[in-house]
Design a binder for this molecule. Structure first.
Ligand SMILES: Cc1cc2nc3c(=O)[nH]c(=O)nc-3n(C[C@H](O)[C@H](O)[C@H](O)COP(=O)(O)O)c2cc1C
Length: 198
């Protein structure tokens, strides 16, 4: 399977980056074709520009030259993995920007015409498997009080968006700054094992 692995942590020595490498390595070891997308390394621009917003519904003109490679990589994927820390109970800006700028009309969804006009129809049917790998500084309980938005987005928004896939898997390590080396290693192993099931 061709698997796009999207990563959103700026620091190369971070634990989160080690999970990204573990995911890519385990997928490659399983014989998958890995497309490793490190958003920071590729200097992905997080903010949607004025022109992009104005042309948002202009299909296919909304795919600008700078977006085209990211769109092509997404459309070529048969599986997708997101490896990211949780910041302010959400995605780091660069990952939010990836969703804002690449998951656009004509790419991840289209608006239907006719009697159900304006209805949103998901398009990414080629993707058969979706996994999120998220790390949190807060405990599960503290995060739950805030509704744990990234977990909800994975189980609701992403499930609806990737209609060709079963419900996304959500691998989360909470309270990570209080984890000892054994627990950190165990979670890396869990990520590797999940990739082995692709
Ligand atoms: C800007 C920023 C915001 C953060 N916000 C949260 C948060 O809302 N909830 C949480 O559980 N952890 C939060 N954390 C902790 C990170 O989730 C945790 O440190 C991360 O998963 C591991 O990556 P690190 O190497 O940046 O620490 C935040 C960290 C940073 C730097």
């Amino acid at each position: 399977m061709r698997v796009l692995v999207v990563h959103a942590h700026p620091v190369e020595t971070s634990y989160n980056r080690s999970l990204y490498h573990a995911a890519c390595e385990a997928l490659a070891a399983g014989g998958h074709e890995v497309d490793a997308l490190n958003l920071h390394e590729e200097n992905f621009e997080a903010a949607m520009s004025r022109e992009e917003r104005i042309n948002y519904h202009d299909v296919p003109g909304n795919i600008t030259d700078s977006l085209r490679p990211y769109v092509e990589r997404l459309l070529a994927a048969e599986g997708i993995v997101f490896v990211h820390p949780v910041w302010n109970f959400g995605y780091p800006a660069i990952l939010k920007g990836y969703f804002d700028r690449v998951f656009i009309p004509g790419v991840s969804f289209e608006m239907s015409d006719g009697p159900d006009s304006g209805k949103l129809v998901p398009k990414l049917r080629k993707i058969r498997r979706v996994v999120f790998v998220a790390t949190y500084g807060g405990t599960r309980f503290r995060t739950m009080i805030m509704g744990d938005p990234p977990r909800l987005l994975a189980s609701r928004w992403a499930w609806g968006t990737f209609r060709g896939a079963p419900r996304p898997r959500y691998l989360a390590l909470y309270d990570m700054n209080n984890r000892g080396p054994d627990e950190l290693r165990a979670f890396q192993d869990k990520v590797r094992a999940e990739m082995a099931r692709f």
